[in-house]
Design a protein around this ligand. Structure first.
Ligand code: MG
Length: 338
């Protein structure tokens, strides 16, 4: 009743960030079938966290018996059992739990956002990410992204002035900056943030390497822009350790290991007075629609991984001028080719 397959997702443009470049992504897709209902899930392995498509498939296969041992409606219990079984490859857990919650939503005939009592109209506008490239290509990408009111740009490759300059020559739209751990010391990061502060930048994501928590706390005291943790926070357990060093956290299903842990992170971050951003990896509309179910809880969203694909095997939430448009379909609200 569990089917697993790897799909190659080609990108519309070569995707470059501070860690490296890619022309395609290999994500792992799951179909969970029981009682004539199919739930779908997607895992997007990320090398930053030691993940691969092959290991993800191995972990998913090892966890398949968990689905036989539990009533699918007892999804909290089942998800806890998945967490016991899958200790690394958090994206594998995310993909399996996604299929489970899609199944449950379909069985109950309700979209997940409705099961959680959320108002989809409260989802914030999403940003659209521009990967690192030559100034000419960056300008072309910004122009292609004319429909998106907020852009996210990737810095941290040593040519920050050229990248930002290229963007600012063609648009004055608000920007979010992601350094992907690319600035290597706190003084350099402070200088960059001071420079960004008068260029209509909303916040800076992961300026320093995740391990530099105390340096980031030093930076936060002096910086005039909010600092958001991405690589520094995977699950709820990481949040208290870094809460003094950041103004907000970027939650991603592939890091948290699924929607239920993402929900725990949202509640913990709120209790600690942190801002909440909801992000993604390069993913199809399947995983993006799953994340979107939580968007009404958050302050900032960056759910654009599907928009970077040449061809998207699924259809789910749509984005119009940065606004997330939900449908009334049950579960994750997704249709497509498994
Ligand atoms: Mg990031």
């Amino acid at each position: 009743m569990l089917e697993i397959k790897i799909k190659r997702l080609d990108l519309a443009h070569t995707w470059t960030i501070a860690r490296g470049s890619a022309d395609y992504k290999e994500n792992v897709f799951v179909k969970l079938e029981q009682g004539g209902i199919c739930g779908f899930g997607e895992a997007a392995p990320n090398v930053r966290y030691g993940e691969s498509a092959a290991l993800t498939v191995t972990r998913m296969k090892a966890a398949a018996p968990v689905f036989e041992q539990h009533d699918l409606f007892h999804f909290e219990e089942l998800a806890a059992a998945l967490a016991e079984t899958i200790r690394d490859q958090s994206c594998a857990r995310a993909g399996l739990e996604m299929a489970l919650l899609d199944w449950v939503g379909k069985a109950l005939q309700a979209p997940l956002y409705r099961m959680w009592g959320l108002n989809p109209a409260r989802a914030p506008l999403t940003s659209f990410s521009i990967g690192i490239d030559s100034p000419e290509v960056i300008q072309a990408k910004v122009e292609e992204a004319a429909d998106y009111p907020i852009l996210k740009i990737k810095l941290g490759m040593g040519d920050d002035e050229a990248v930002l300059g290229a963007v600012r020559r063609v648009t004055d739209r608000p920007l979010r900056v992601d350094a992907n751990e690319g600035w290597l010391n706190k003084e350099e990061a402070l200088e960059k943030i001071r420079w960004l502060a008068d260029q209509n930048v909303e916040f800076v994501e992961q300026p320093l390497p995740a391990a530099m928590v105390e340096e980031t706390a030093w930076l936060r005291e002096r910086a005039s822009l909010p600092i958001v943790a991405d690589e520094a926070v995977k699950t709820a357990a990481d949040i208290p350790k870094v809460a003094h060093a950041y103004d907000g956290i970027n939650i991603k299903l592939m890091k948290s290991g699924g929607l239920l842990e993402a929900l725990r992170m949202i509640h913990l971050a709120r209790a600690l007075d942190l801002k909440i951003m909801l992000g993604c990896m390069i993913e199809s509309s399947l995983a993006i629609s799953a994340a979107a179910q939580l968007a009404p809880y958050t302050d900032w969203i960056d759910l654009d991984g599907n928009l970077l694909l040449r061809e998207d095997p699924f259809r789910g939430v749509r984005i119009e001028r940065g606004k997330v448009l939900y449908n009334e379909l049950p579960g994750l609200g997704v249709e497509g080719d498994f």
